[in-house]
Design a protein around this ligand. Structure first.
Ligand code: ADP
Ligand code: MG
Length: 710
C-alpha cells in the first residue's frame, strides 16, 4: 500500500485517503469484486482510478452519461493520467485512434457507455483488461430511483469475464436496492463497502410551502454572495423562479433538460466559475458536478424519494464547511407526486418511496436519524443540526382540535378533500361551500380561532398519526380510520405539535418590500413595452426577414429619435434623423403602425372608452366597500357572478384597496400556486384550470394568481 500512497500523492495530489478508500483499493488490487456505496462527494472515482494505475492492463469504466465521461477524462488527463473514452459523440476515425492507443498500451482508463458492451469483447483480443468499474450502479435496479434498461445488459459481465475483478459504485441505494443489485450481478457474496452517509456539516430544515418566493429571497438575503441550487419539479418553474430572482437583483439562471445543449453547458460553466450565483434547476442538474463551495440547496418542491433528495442536498458543502439545506413542503406536491407515482411503471415501489419522503418531511423527531436509517447507517444520537433538534416541537393536548376536525370529516360524509374540509372548518362561504349547503353543517367555522398557517399542519399531523387517510381514488377525499373512532367516541386523547410560525425575519421583510417593488415594476414594463422596445423588435423582425444585420437597417439613434417625435404621418417621418427616403418608402408604414398601435395601447385614443369601463368597476367597488358580497352585487347590478369577480381582480390589479384574499380560500390559493409551478401554461388559463380538475373557477383562478403575485 506504500505504492498506493505514492500514487495518491503523485497523480492526485492528496496526502491521505478518505474513509474506506484505502480498504476498497487494496481489496480491488487483490482481484476481488466489490459493491461500493458512498455518498455523493465521498470520493468514489478514486476507488477505481487509483487501482487502474497500480494494475498492469486496462481499466474499463462504465458510466451512464456521455457528458460526465468527457469531464472525468479531461480531469484525469490534466493530472497526467492516460485516459480516453469511446462513445457515440465520436466519429469512426476518432474511435480508431483510441483503439490504436489501447493496443500500444498508451491508455490506462477507458470510459464506455453501458450500450458499448461489444467493445469490451473486441478489446480483449488485443489487450489485457485488469478491472471493470461500473459507476452509478443503482441504475441497474428497478428498485432504485433511476432505472436504466441498458444497465441490465451488464448482468453478463461476471459470466463473460469471471477472472476480471468487478467494482460497482453508487451514492444511493437503500437496503432493498443493494440486495437486488448483488443478486442481479451474480456476485451475491461480493463484499459491500458502505461508507457513512452522515454529512454533519449540512443543516436540514423543512418549512411549510406557503410564500416560498418570499422565504427564498429571505434566505438568499442572508447569503448574498454564496452559491446555491434551487431544485424545482417542472421546467417552467425553474425559468419563472430564475426570472423572479433576477428581477430582485440576484444573479440566477435556469437549468433543465429542455434547454439546448450549448446553453446548458454555458449555465453550468458560469455556475462553476462563480459567474452565476443561483441555479434554479430540475433534477437534470448536478450529476457529477464537482463544485465544492455550494453553500445551500433549496427544494422548491418535494422530491419524489429520499434517494433523490439526499443526492441533491449532497451537492452542498462538499468542501466540508457549514452549509444549509431547506425543503419546502406542501400537500399539493404530495398529491401531485402521488398521481405521478400511480401512473408510473412500478407504482407500488414509487408510492412506498414517496411515503418515506413524506414521513421525513413531517417528522417530529431528528431528521438526520431518519435519513441515516434509510441508508442503513443507523445512529441513536440526535444530530443537533436539523430544525427539529434546534426547535423541538412543543406538544400539547390537541384532543379538542382533533375531535373538531374528525367530526367535520364525518359530517361531510367523508366525501370531501382536505381543502374543502379546511374551508368548512375555517368558516369559508366560498361558492363551492355555499352550493353544497355546507354553511349549515354544524362543524362550519369551528376552527375559525385557529390561524390559517396552522390548519393544514394539524390535518397533516392527523394523517400522520393515522386518524385520517386520503382516498386518492376518490377525489382525494379525507376519510376516517378505525382509530378516529376512539378519539370521537372512545375518550382517546391526541397529542399535537405546535407549528412554528414566522420564517421571515423582520430585517428581511423590509428588504423584501423593495424587492417586490422591483418585481412589480418589471411586470409593468413587460405588459406595456416602451415604444423604443417595440421599434427594436420591429427592427429585429425586419432584419430576420431580410437577412441583413439590424444595425444597417435602422440605427439606435434613429429609433430613439422616432420615440421622441412619435410621428403619425409620413410627413413627420421625414423629420427623423438618418431616415432616408428609400427607407421611408420601405419601412415608413410599418414604423407608423408601431407608433399608432403604441398610442392605442397606452390609451391615448381610448381614454373615453376606458372611462366607461372604469365606471362599472367603480360601482362594484363602492358596493364592496359597503360590505356587500359578490353574490349580492351580482344580483343588485343584474350582472353575472363571474363578471363581478372579474371586476374584483381588475380593481385589485389597478391598486384599489380590495382584500382579494377574502374572496378565495387559502387552500385554493395553494392549489393554484402549485399548479403554476407545475404546469407550463404559457400565460394561458385553460391548462391551469384543467390541471386542477376544474375545482377552481376561471374567476377564482384569476384572483388566486393575483394573490400569489403572478
Ligand atoms: P463521488 O463520485 O463519490 O461523488 P468524486 O469521486 O467525484 O465523488 O470525489 C469528490 C471530490 O473529492 C473530488 O473533488 C475529489 O477530487 C475529492 N477527493 C477524492 N478523494 C480524495 C482524498 N483522498 N482527499 C481529498 N480529496 C479527495
Ligand atoms: Mg462520481
Amino acid at each position: 500500500m506504500n505504492k498506493a500512497h505514492d500514487t495518491l500523492k503523485h497523480y492526485f495530489g492528496y496526502d491521505t485517503f478518505r474513509p474506506l478508500q484505502e480498504e476498497i483499493i487494496s481489496h480491488i488490487v487483490a482481484g476481488e469484486d466489490a459493491l461500493v456505496i458512498m455518498p455523493t462527494g465521498g470520493g468514489k472515482s478514486l476507488c477505481f482510478q487509483l487501482p487502474a494505475l497500480l494494475l498492469d492492463g486496462l481499466t474499463i469504466v462504465i458510466s451512464p452519461l456521455i457528458a460526465l465521461m468527457k469531464d472525468q477524462v479531461d480531469s484525469l488527463r490534466a493530472n497526467g493520467i492516460p485516459a480516453a473514452y469511446i462513445n457515440s459523440s465520436q466519429d469512426e476515425i476518432e474511435k480508431q485512434e483510441v483503439r490504436t492507443k489501447i493496443k500500444n498500451k498508451e491508455i490506462k482508463l477507458l470510459y464506455l457507455a453501458p450500450e458499448s458492451m461489444r467493445a469490451i469483447q473486441s478489446l480483449r483480443e488485443t489487450t489485457t483488461i485488469s478491472l471493470i468499474a461500473v459507476d452509478e450502479a443503482h441504475c441497474i435496479s428497478s428498485w432504485g430511483h433511476d432505472f436504466r434498461p441498458a444497465y441490465t445488459r451488464l448482468q453478463v459481465l461476471k459470466k463473460l469475464y469471471p477472472d476480471v475483478p468487478l467494482v460497482w459504485l453508487t451514492a444511493t441505494a437503500d437496503k432493498a436496492t443493494r440486495q437486488d443489485i448483488l443478486v442481479q450481478l451474480g456476485i451475491p457474496e461480493a463484499r459491500v463497502f458502505l461508507s457513512s452517509f452522515d454529512r454533519p456539516n449540512l443543516s436540514l430544515t423543512v418549512r411549510p410551502g406557503q410564500k416560498r418566493l418570499e422565504q427564498i429571497l429571505s434566505i438568499i438575503s442572508t447569503k448574498p454572495d454564496e452559491s446555491g441550487i434551487i431544485y424545482c419539479l417542472s421546467r417552467g418553474s425553474t425559468e419563472k423562479l430564475a426570472d423572479k430572482l433576477s428581477s430582485a437583483g440576484i444573479s440566477a439562471q435556469a437549468y433543465h433538460a429542455g434547454m439546448p445543449h450549448d446553453r446548458r453547458e454555458q449555465v453550468q460553466n458560469d455556475f462553476l466559475m462563480d459567474n452565476v450565483q443561483v441555479i434554479c434547476a430540475t433534477i437534470a442538474f448536478g450529476m457529477g458536478i464537482d463544485k465544492s463551495n455550494v453553500r445551500y440547496v433549496i427544494h422548491y418542491n418535494l422530491p419524489k424519494n429520499i434517494e433523490w433528495y439526499y443526492q441533491e442536498i449532497g451537492r452542498a458543502g462538499r468542501d466540508g464547511l457549514e452549509s444549509d439545506t431547506i425543503l419546502f413542503y406542501s400537500y399539493a406536491d404530495v398529491m401531485q407526486l402521488t398521481k405521478f407515482a400511480q401512473d408510473s411503471g412500478n407504482a407500488d415501489v414509487q408510492i412506498a418511496k414517496l411515503e418515506r419522503m413524506k414521513q421525513y418531511a413531517e417528522s417530529l423527531t431528528c431528521r438526520r436519524k431518519i435519513l441515516l436509517h434509510y441508508f442503513g447507517d443507523a445512529t441513536d444520537q440526535n444530530c443537533g443540526n436539523c430544525d427539529v433538534c434546534k426547535h423541538p416541537p412543543e406538544m400539547f393536548d390537541g384532543t379538542v382540535i382533533a375531535q373538531k376536525a374528525l367530526s367535520a370529516v364525518y359530517k361531510l360524509w367523508q366525501q370531501e378533500s382536505m381543502r374543502t374540509t379546511i374551508d368548512v372548518l375555517r368558516w369559508s362561504r366560498n361558492a363551492y361551500i355555499v352550493s353544497r349547503g355546507y354553511e349549515s353543517v354544524s362543524t362550519h367555522g369551528i376552527w375559525s380561532d385557529i390561524p390559517q398557517i396552522e390548519r393544514q399542519r394539524y390535518i397533516i399531523q392527523l394523517l400522520n398519526l393515522g386518524y385520517l387517510e386520503i382516498a386518492f381514488h376518490h377525489r382525494d377525499a379525507l376519510i376516517l380510520t378505525e382509530s378516529a373512532r376512539g378519539v370521537l367516541f372512545g375518550g382517546d386523547t391526541v397529542s399535537l405539535a405546535k407549528p412554528h410560525q414566522d420564517h421571515i425575519s423582520q430585517a428581511s421583510k423590509k428588504w423584501m418590500t423593495s424587492v417586490e417593488k422591483k418585481i412589480a415594476e418589471k411586470n409593468k414594463r413587460l405588459q406595456w413595452p416602451t415604444l423604443l422596445e417595440q421599434l427594436k423588435s420591429l427592427r429585429k423582425s425586419l432584419s430576420m426577414s431580410e437577412n441583413v444585420p439590424w444595425h444597417t437597417l435602422l440605427s439606435d439613434a434613429t429609433l430613439k429619435h422616432i420615440e421622441q417625435v412619435q410621428p403619425t404621418t409620413l410627413g413627420m417621418l421625414e423629420t427623423i434623423q438618418w431616415l432616408w427616403d428609400t427607407k421611408i418608402d420601405k419601412y415608413g408604414h410599418k414604423i407608423l403602425k408601431v407608433v399608432t398601435s403604441y398610442h392605442v395601447l397606452t390609451g391615448r385614443w381610448q381614454v373615453k372608452k376606458w372611462v366607461s369601463i372604469w365606471s362599472t368597476f367603480m360601482q362594484t367597488y363602492d358596493l364592496l366597500q359597503q360590505g356587500k358580497t359578490p353574490e349580492q352585487i351580482a344580483k343588485t347590478r343584474d350582472l353575472a357572478l363571474g363578471t363581478i369577480y372579474t371586476h374584483i381582480w381588475r380593481l385589485h390589479a389597478s391598486g384599489k384597496d380590495v382584500d382579494i384574499t377574502s374572496y378565495i380560500s387559502d387552500a385554493k390559493v395553494d392549489l393554484i400556486a402549485s399548479a403554476l409551478t407545475s404546469v407550463d401554461h404559457q400565460g394561458k388559463l385553460k391548462p391551469l384550470y384543467e390541471h386542477m380538475w376544474w375545482e377552481v373557477s376561471y374567476e377564482e383562478l384569476r384572483l388566486g394568481m393575483q394573490v400569489v403575485g403572478r
